[in-house]
Design a protein around this ligand. Structure first.
Ligand SMILES: Nc1nc2c(ncn2[C@@H]2O[C@H](COP(=O)(O)OP(=O)(O)O)[C@@H](O)[C@H]2O)c(=O)[nH]1
Ligand SMILES: [Mg+2]
Length: 383
């Protein structure tokens, strides 16, 4: 009996303790869930802030065929809205790249001169050629140092002075050569000097093919602008599709001076025709229904030089303006792009640009930025 009473006492005490614990839990529960609620709200607020930041961010995709000027545009953004100058490492790497540009271009000219059947004016040049022509592609890819460049520089300068090379250069629409090589050939005494340090202008004229995708951030009027630069060659274009989400705007670059040239990839298709067909795919893509596509008819400086020398009617039989008038040629080309749009009621933005000219880019980008920011605000309001 005593055992029973003892057990009953223990049981009651245990029950009492359980009841007290339960009351405590029940009492605590509302204040605990408040805390959890507050925490959730905090996280939500944070998420909302992040989302807003992400939505405020302007993402600009640079598209267009190889050598149209996309990477040059990015360099201008560094100059105008970024650090303003290039780092010592970048300058060093551009120096090597300029040596490479100069050597490759002169090799192309020497080969093309041979194919075109022009004789050297200065007969001694033929004997000196091996020092330049024995440099292999792999040497070029590894990078050319100053001493190697110093060995070939006098020959390159003499070749550039030769009438046969000048004649070949005038026929450059028949073969593939980078536009800016003449800029460096005309500056050979400076470029060949052992103490050569590329200037900002040299860097703008230096050609380096973009492989893969590179992103560049700049803060402009307190808004983060992210520029996405991609390789433009046919082989690089499948990579474009990875960059198609959350795009605010597309800057589509066209080298307008290329109306008398064919593409490197098949050596048949007219470069402007190729560029227009890529533009057509992009501008009519459903993924970009709400994206403003801005066309840059670039390389206006080279177009101005070319128009009097190369008759556009030879390449575009539908040209019906004055073939010697630069404006007529520019509007004819821009019209070709404009007409490739299916939804022609949508606004169409275009600019005639010279990407190597910082003042021109500053002016053009000021207008472009306004269009982009206005659209971005409209879209934020719609969300
Ligand atoms: N003269 C001139 N050269 C340009 C212009 N835009 C770009 N270039 C040159 O064209 C070459 C190819 O430009 P790049 O920006 O690398 O083209 P991307 O392949 O589209 O990135 C470089 O050597 C540039 O210096 C321009 O408006 N005028
Ligand atoms: Mg590039």
């Amino acid at each position: 009996m005593e055992l029973f009473t003892w057990l009953k006492g223990k049981l009651l005490a245990a029950l009492h303790a359980f009841k007290q614990w339960l009351v405590m839990v029940l009492c605590c529960l509302p204040s605990g869930s408040n805390e959890a609620e507050a925490q959730t709200k905090d996280i939500e607020r944070q998420l909302h802030k992040e989302k807003k930041k992400l939505r405020q961010q302007v993402r600009i995709l640079l598209l267009g065929s190889g050598e149209s000027g996309k990477s040059t545009f990015i360099k201008q953004m560094v100059i105008i809205h970024g650090a303003g100058e290039f780092t010592a490492d970048e300058v060093r790497s551009y120096r090597q790249q300029i040596y490479q540009n100069v050597i490759s271009a002169m090799r192309v000219l020497v080969d093309a001169r041979h194919k075109l059947g022009y004789e050297f004016e200065n007969k001694s040049l033929e004997k000196r050629l091996p020092v330049l022509m024995t440099i292999t592609i792999s040497d070029l890819l590894k990078g050319i140092d100053q001493s190697t460049f110093g060995e070939v520089a006098p020959l390159i300068s003499d070749l550039w002075m030769d009438a046969s090379i000048k004649q070949t250069f005038d026929q450059r629409n028949l073969f593939q050569i980078t536009d800016s090589c003449s800029y460096f050939f005309n500056n050979m005494s400076r470029v060949a000097a052992p103490e050569f340090q590329p200037t900002t202008k040299d860097i703008l004229f230096c050609r380096k093919a973009t492989r893969g995708i590179t992103e560049h951030m700049f803060e402009i009027q307190k808004v983060p602008f992210r520029f996405i630069d991609v390789g433009g060659q046919r082989s690089q274009r499948q990579k474009w599709f990875q960059c198609f989400t959350d795009i605010t705007s597309i800057l589509f670059m066209v080298a307008s001076n290329e109306y008398d040239q064919v593409i490197l990839e098949d050596r048949r298709t007219n470069r402007v025709v190729e560029s227009r067909s890529v533009f057509e795919t992009i501008v009519n893509n459903v993924a970009f229904q709400n994206v403003s596509v801005i066309l840059f008819m670039n390389k206006s400086d080279l177009l101005i030089e070319k128009v009097p020398k190369s008759d556009i009617r030879k390449y575009f039989s539908d040209f019906n303006g004055d073939h010697r008038n630069v404006r007529d040629v520019q509007y004819f080309l821009v019209d070709k792009f404009e007409r490739s749009r299916k939804e022609r009621h949508r606004p169409f933005f275009y600019h005639f640009t010279t990407a190597v000219d910082t003042e021109n880019m500053r002016r053009v980008f000021r207008d472009v930025k306004e269009v982009i920011l206005k659209r971005n605000i409209e879209q934020l309001n719609m969300q």
